[in-house]
Write a protein that binds this ligand. Sequence first.
Ligand code: UD1
Ligand code: MG
Length: 473
Amino acid sequence: MDTPQLAIAIMAAGKGTRLKSKRPKVLHEIGGRALLLHVIAAAEKIVPANRIYCIIGHEADSVRAAVESTGVQFVLQPEQRGTGHALQMVKAFFALSGQPIPENLLVLSGDVPLIRPETIASIADVHLREHAAMTILTAVPSDPTGYGRILRASPDKPDVTAIVEQKSLKPDQLATPEINSGIYCFRTAALFDKLDKLDTNNAHGEFYLTDVAGMLVADGQRVVAVKADSVDEVLGANTIAEMMHLDAAMRLATARRLMASGVTIFRPDTCVIDSEVEVGADTILEPFVQLLGKTRIGSDCRIRSYSVIQNSSIGDNVTIRNGCIMDSSTIANAAIIGPYSHLRPDSRIGEAAHVGNFVETKKVTLGAGSKANHLNYLGDAVIGSNVNVGAGAITCNYDGVNKHQTTIGDNVFVGSDSTLVAPVTIESGAYIAAGSSITEDVPSGALALGRARQVTKPGWVAAKKAKQNTAKK
Ligand code: UD1
Ligand code: MG
């Protein structure tokens, strides 16, 4: 069996006590994606998924379910007894599974999500070049409080003498500015040799992976530090406040990526844009827009303020006016939506169609050039092209038990305030009189009236008043 040169272990078994949350830390999201998925995505750029070992423990089933589609392998750490213990589980996993032990093991933290593949690659390079037993990614943040600190042999050499955790810092070490990112590359044999010698004589009563640094140095082996280019990249997410800081950093990076490709974003700091969102050139995003999930927007669109668009696909030249909510829907080129339209899942809006004020759609196809501009509910319907749906007209799709379909052909005119009681079909070119309740199919080209005929009584008001006056006397 070939010995792979490099594999990656991701520590993701911890509870995240400092978050005070029911959800495991690595499933909290920044930029619209779980922390662990960000780390896996970066790792996958360096080694194939089957050489990524995710160490899971706390809420293992839900963590596994959330990331297993990536194809990574899982190592169970049933009790979380520290980062050193997490790597002891990896050692045991290789022994039990018989999988080939990689020459070098890169270790990432599931709660350090902004790490870039370029940085992971560079620590692996330095590690091999320096013939180190352990290479540590470090940084110098403005406030190092809470992190493990790097003690160097001399400030101008990469060699490290030890990592000291915050709670174990001696008074003269408190000012040490360089922090441990929790990201390392190990010569696997050197790491595995030391893991069994770790102890829990420390403030947390845990096995610290960081203690391996001092043990290797004591053994005469090389431990070196590589400083990350950007501090943000190695910040950990241990509290909700830290998580929100990383979220803002990631979203700003996404906004910058989009602006660099020709998208105009007014006040990008006010927009919430998930990391997988794509937007075409010359599209304009106004302040306070949210683009979430796997949303794709074409070019030359304008998305006006306060619109929230999730997992939707929007063509070119589309205008989304203020305050629209859209989920899992598609909108073809040149359509105009809003203000205040609510497109629920499976709304398919055709080319140059209009959906206007206070219109709700669900599981609906609205054909090219069709209009539903004011106060409509359109659910479970297939509507052809160039249809005019008048103000207040709705589909009655639910009979209290089941949902039923409404079908409307091309060029139909649906008068205002009509109720279309499904299942019902209105064939092409038909007219529905305003205020009708339509319960039967309407053939092509017909006019359907489904309301009581108007009765007008001339002089009725005066006659009524006269009668009232007589009664008072
Ligand atoms: C750790 C480092 C610290 C470093 C910091 C960087 C140790 C002892 N300390 O501290 O030097 O500055 O990261 O962010 O390693 N985990 C497990 N199993 C466990 C415990 C933790 O898988 O038993 C996982 C957690 O899910 C997390 C990662 O390991 O993803 C780091 O654990 P955490 O408790 O956040 O360590 P820090 O206190 O941040
Ligand atoms: Mg941490």
